[in-house]
Design a protein around this ligand. Structure first.
Ligand code: HEM
Ligand code: SF4
Ligand code: SF4
Length: 688
């Protein structure tokens, strides 16, 4: 099942990736830099956020005004910064979702990669609340909705004794102190944790790609800037607790779960969120990946050159002081828990050369399941019996289109785990021993190596830019590097191989999109119009789900009544005056004249309209000793119209009747938000 889902997912990625390769060229395709692009968008968010903070007023009254000032009066700078802040946050979610999906469908989340995957989950739990608290700070109608629903969610957790949502029911209930706390959480708290969490997320990876190429950054920034100028981010009217707006432009990237609270209780939504996060966390073991044997060091052949440490994409090798008394300073040591058995280190080891015939072919580091000696045997066997003057040996790898389809009388195929598992000396060996007339290395597409750095190291080694280098004597006209998508690129791959084969027998003119008989083939160049179009499309996707579809909190023609108060029930037992005798028995510092048992009665509440009971609860006192206040909070939606409202409350534990009650005729108009409270001083109910 997992395999089918992954294959479908891979195809869904490959086609757009191929198209974007054509627009952006081989190395600038944004779909191949998703993690790094997410970080870049977060940089834009951070820098624009600093600007906004300078002009922002951290108060209930000042927040909305200050954001409006930036948006309207200072549109050319503050407004642009605000829009950049908003849209880059949304763009970060778009690239993040693609990043997660891509790691999943290309199976880059299991085995030793579980660490990167699992540490990604807290990033979601930081990034989404970061966006949510941001919307909160604008203090417009959307902010009010977000604040109310978020606090209803928090109220469902057994953390707070009082109801947090009560703070957002009337304009005077919200304090500046609370607002300052929110601003601190959004501006300092969550970003600090996020930066730390991103560092943990990538710290086990060798050379993580945390910055996209400059041209990709420029494209991303330009697209966000253009969007900010063409469609500036706006507020949605000053927050007014007495009115429910007809509809809101909900940012679905951050707030998609909020509408669920119209249908489900907050506890259910929490179960859903926590359950989903746990499911993501255990995904690397559903089912567990079957790990091939990890690489083994052969100290006899390890000279401590450190190339394997440099090249391992997963930081699985370290150098340690020499343990066998040889003259070299250090030796390579493999951490089996980090090794993915990709073999890239084998390709980097200077002792892994097929020319070794005098001694057994045992390099300093080797894959037990597909040793260098085995690969040499595979090549010898596969090339035996090749015919003609245009014989090819094609090396394929795990992530590439398995090239078996090309096997014929003039083509041999050898499949490796990763292309960089092949030491460059193999190319020399194949050609100098006349096992074939040409060599094709057919690896995963550019910047998308299944083992992160395999394609990059292979290119550099074959271009003689990185050790171990392809020897000078090798005629590069007889070597082709072919980086292609595994599934969807087959016709192009076939054409490229056929064209390369032709060059082995005839002079060939190099052109874009086709095979050149040089190291490094099938080059796409940046096409500015195609790239600009792709960025415009991206900007459109980033904005569209922040405004559409609009969300209505209320069904048409309805209004809201919120019932809310905190009230302490009477004590279960009356206070009693202690006798002198009892007082004498107590230590002097504990001689209080009265003994008041702390426990209080629950507060019973009943709320009805026209005789229909809408809310009936026995609210327990808060606190460990059951001596605190009981809190009522209930939001209900009713059709607009006139009602006979009744509310009764008893705090004395009486079985029948109410200690306090109120009955009143009330007319609810559409979109109105009425709050029913209890005034603890006047001991009466208030409707506002
Ligand atoms: C703010 C959010 C995130 C950012 C900025 C981010 C960024 C990155 C970066 C820069 C890399 C290194 C890419 C490379 O050099 O090959 C990476 C790797 C990875 N990320 Fe994320 N990531 C985020 C969230 C997530 C989440 C939520 C998940 C999954 C639940 C995830 C899964 C992975 C995996 C599995 C890798 C390892 C890829 C490999 O070993 O080839 N990331 N991420
Ligand atoms: S096989 Fe791959 S993951 Fe393992 S040590 Fe070598 S390069 Fe690193
Ligand atoms: S590349 Fe080979 S020789 Fe060099 S340290 Fe690693 S195992 Fe030893």
């Amino acid at each position: 099942m997992l395999k089918i889902i992954q294959k479908v997912g891979q195809l869904s990625f490959e086609l757009p990736q191929r198209w974007l390769d054509r627009a952006f060229g081989n190395t600038l395709n944004p779909l191949r830099h998703l993690g790094a692009l997410t970080i870049f968008f977060l940089w834009i968010v951070l820098i624009s956020g600093i600007w906004i903070t300078i002009f922002f007023h951290t108060s209930v009254v000042g927040a909305f005004e200050s954001v409006e000032y930036m948006t309207v009066d200072q549109w050319y700078l503050g407004g642009v910064m605000r829009s950049l802040h908003r849209y880059a946050s949304d763009a970060a979610i778009v690239t993040l979702v693609l990043h997660i999906l891509k790691e999943f469908v290309f199976d880059r989340h299991r085995s030793v990669r579980w660490f990167s995957w699992v540490t990604g989950v807290p990033l979601l739990w930081l990034l989404i609340p970061l966006g949510i608290t941001g919307y909160w700070l604008v203090w417009d109608q959307l902010a009010l909705y977000v604040a109310l629903v978020s606090s209803e969610m928090l109220d469902a957790l057994p953390i707070f004794t009082d109801s947090m949502a009560r703070n957002f029911l009337s304009a005077d209930a919200l304090s500046d102190r609370f607002f300052t706390l929110m601003a601190f959480t959004h501006i300092i708290g969550l970003p600090t944790f996020l930066i730390f969490a991103i560092w943990i997320h990538v710290f086990r990876i060798n050379r993580p790609k945390i910055n996209p190429p400059r041209k990709v950054m420029a494209g991303a920034l330009l697209s966000m800037l253009t969007l900010s100028l063409v469609y500036p981010a706006l507020s949605q009217g000053r927050a007014n607790p007495a009115l429910v707006p007809e509809s809101l432009a909900l940012d679905w990237y951050y707030l998609a779960i909020y509408p669920l609270l119209n249908y489900w209780p907050p506890a259910t939504v929490w179960v859903l969120l926590i359950g989903f996060s746990l499911l993501i966390c255990i995904a690397p073991w559903l089912p567990p990946a079957r790990n091939p044997a990890v690489v083994k060091i052969d100290l006899e052949n390890c000279n401590g050159c450190e190339r394997c440490v440099e090249d391992c994409p997963f930081g699985a090798i370290e150098m340690a002081p020499r343990s066998d008394g040889k003259k070299y300073a250090s030796e390579a040591v493999v951490d089996a828990a980090l090794c993915l058995s990709c073999g890239i280190c084998v390709g980097s080891c200077p002792t892994a050369t097929p020319f070794r015939t005098r001694s057994a072919l045992s390099p300093g580091i080797d894959l037990p399941d597909q040793s260098v000696a085995t690969v040499r045997d595979m090549v010898t066997e596969a090339t035996q019996g090749l015919e003609g003057s245009r014989r090819l040996v094609i090396f394929g790898c795990d992530g590439s289109n398995k090239p078996e389809k090309f096997i014929d009388t003039e083509t041999a195929v050898v499949n490796l785990t990763c292309m960089a598992q092949l030491p460059p000396s193999f190319v020399d060996w194949v050609l100098s021993r006349d096992l074939a007339d040409g060599v094709v290395l057919q690896g995963c597409a550019h910047n998308d190596c299944q083992y992160r750095l395999g394609a990059k190291w292979t290119e550099q080694r074959m271009h003689r830019q990185r050790d171990p280098r392809l020897r000078k004597r090798v005629d590069v006209e007889k070597l082709a590097l072919l980086w292609s998508e595994p599934w969807s690129d087959f016709p192009n791959t076939a054409a490229a191989i056929a064209a390369f084969r032709d060059t082995l027998s005839a002079p060939y003119k190099i052109s874009d999109h086709e095979t050149s008989a040089r190291v490094g083939i099938r080059k796409h160049r940046l096409r500015p119009f195609g790239a600009a179009f792709a960025w415009i499309l991206f900007a459109a996707v980033s904005v569209v789900f922040t405004i559409w579809p609009r969300f209505s909190q209320l069904a048409e023609g309805n209004a809201i009544i919120s019932l809310t108060f905190s009230h302490a029930g009477q004590r279960v037992e009356e206070c009693r005056k202690l006798t002198q005798e009892e007082l004498n028995k107590l230590p002097p510092n504990m001689r209080k004249p009265t003994d008041c048992p702390r426990e209080r009665h629950p507060v019973d509440v009943l709320f009805s309209t026209d005789g229909n009971v809408l809310y009936e609860q026995s609210l327990l006192p808060s606190g460990f000793w059951k001596d605190g206040e009981s809190t009522a909070y209930y939001r209900m939606e009713l059709p607009a119209g006139s009602y006979e409202l009744f509310i009764g409350m008893s705090d004395s534990g009486r079985e029948e009747g109410f200690d306090y009650s109120s009955q009143t005729e009330f007319t609810l108009s559409e979109g109105q938000h009425v709050v029913v409270e209890f005034d603890n001083l006047q001991k009466t109910f208030i409707f506002r």
